[in-house]
Design a protein around this ligand. Structure first.
Ligand SMILES: [Zn+2]
Length: 207
């Protein structure tokens, strides 16, 4: 009887321990996390962006600025096929449609309706910001083969803190943890990052 009590106690401790570590992982991914070094490790382990990637990310930046001009948060995304053709574009339309009108989920839906599975595999989504979990899972379900983002969710979280903006209502999870079998690159470095940061700053300063 005594042995059984101890066993149950050990199981209880193990369960509590599991829950605690699970919660800690979730917190690591939240926008207001202080895990800069973890984020950087993930980012540094990925392939470098090419000139072609930067060219398409600049198009995303222009779409993000279009969104800003229209009163939306500056996010823009494009789909590029294997012949290097831009086949679809989208920008944030949260003010115009509803709070779920992120460009990445719009493009994932467009790809599901207009491209074959083989074509989707050979398509890359370029986007000004790393997908939120809603858009990442849409991307994953549609099986778009590539994803290149300009800034990470972690970077955006740091900027929002700097601008004194209230945190998002969800936790952000790195896209690599949500999407299987996609070639993922990002974030960019240098001037483009400063440009997109300034767009976000303008959006939040104007509110
Ligand atoms: Zn999203």
């Amino acid at each position: 009887m005594k042995y059984r009590t101890i066993s149950l106690l050990l199981v209880a401790i193990a369960v509590v321990g599991c829950n605690t570590s699970k919660k800690m992982n979730q917190n690591n991914y939240s926008l207001d996390s202080s895990t800069l070094s973890d984020g950087n490790n993930i980012e540094n382990s990925k392939a470098e962006l090419t000139e072609k990637d930067l060219k398409y990310l600049k198009q995303c930046l222009i779409l993000a600025e279009d969104a800003l001009m229209a009163g939306d948060e500056p996010f823009g995304s494009i789909l590029v096929n294997q012949r290097d053709e831009v086949i679809a574009t989208a920008r944030n339309r949260v003010n115009e449609i509803n709070v779920l009108a992120h460009p990445e989920i719009e493009l994932a839906k467009w790809a599901a309706e207009n491209l074959s599975e083989e074509e989707r595999k050979n398509t890359t989504m370029y986007t000004s910001g790393e997908h939120c979990p809603m858009c990442a899972t849409a991307h994953g379900w549609v099986k778009i083969g590539g994803l290149v983002y300009l800034h990470s969710s972690h970077q955006l979280g740091e900027w929002l803190k700097e601008f004194g903006v209230k945190d998002a209502p969800i936790n952000f999870i790195p896209v690599e943890d949500l999407i299987k079998d996609a070639d993922i690159k990002g974030p960019a470095k240098g001037d483009l990052i400063e440009d997109i940061k300034q767009l976000h700053k303008r959006y939040h300063q104007r509110k």
